[in-house]
Design a protein around this ligand. Structure first.
Ligand SMILES: [Zn+2]
Ligand SMILES: [Zn+2]
Length: 188
């Protein structure tokens, strides 16, 4: 899962707010029929060509998101102020995508973190915080940045994920569990 932060009613309101478009597999930018802008949707329309798309790939068990830009609109799109080379760009957390006629978007891999029951068998997976094994059915958190699995089982007093401010494996991902995104483009 990734997020595209989209600013609605771009240019018309004084302080338009950002909203999160959740991407499961892909999203598509279709040229607008009304103006020089784009319409963004998570379904590909079969009757018309899309100008650009963002697609999810799984490479060695980790998620990658790739932006594809059609030749006809290559000049209208920038990622972090740079044109995409050969119309392809692997997106990173917090990348800014500028669409001429539409405005700015932000790509994010941040997620709201919710503990889930561990579905795996006893495959000898160790928690990076306490080094103990992860047992089937224990509540766990999978780090959205590095995919490592931590205990977060309050009943068994194994709150390894929230034990420190950042992930015990990548030391980068914040561990808050308040249902808020840790990053939004709001303050840029
Ligand atoms: Zn643990
Ligand atoms: Zn991590």
């Amino acid at each position: 899962m990734a997020i595209l932060w989209v600013r609605h009613s771009a240019g018309r309101q004084e302080n338009p707010s950002w909203s999160a478009l959740f991407l499961n597999d892909a999203c598509y930018g279709h040229p607008s029929k009304r103006n020089e802008s784009f319409e963004i949707c998570t379904q590909r329309r079969t009757d018309e060509a899309c100008a650009w798309s963002i697609k999810r790939f799984e490479i060695h068990g980790s998620e990658k998101w790739i932006l594809f830009v059609s030749q006809s609109c290559a000049a209208k799109i920038r990622v972090n102020a740079i044109r995409t080379f050969l119309g392809i760009k692997a997106l990173q957390h917090r990348d800014e995508i500028f669409l001429q006629g539409f405005g700015r978007l932000f790509f994010s891999t941040d997620q709201k973190i919710v503990p889930q029951r561990y579905q795996g068998e006893g495959e000898k997976l160790r928690c990076p915080r306490c080094q103990g094994f992860i047992q089937p059915n224990q509540y766990i958190v999978r780090c959205p940045a590095c995919s490592s699995i931590h205990h977060q089982d309050a009943e068994n007093q194994l709150t390894c994920w929230t034990y420190a401010d950042v992930c015990g494996a990548c030391h980068d991902q914040p561990t808050h569990l308040d249902g808020e995104f840790s990053w939004t483009p709001e303050n840029l």
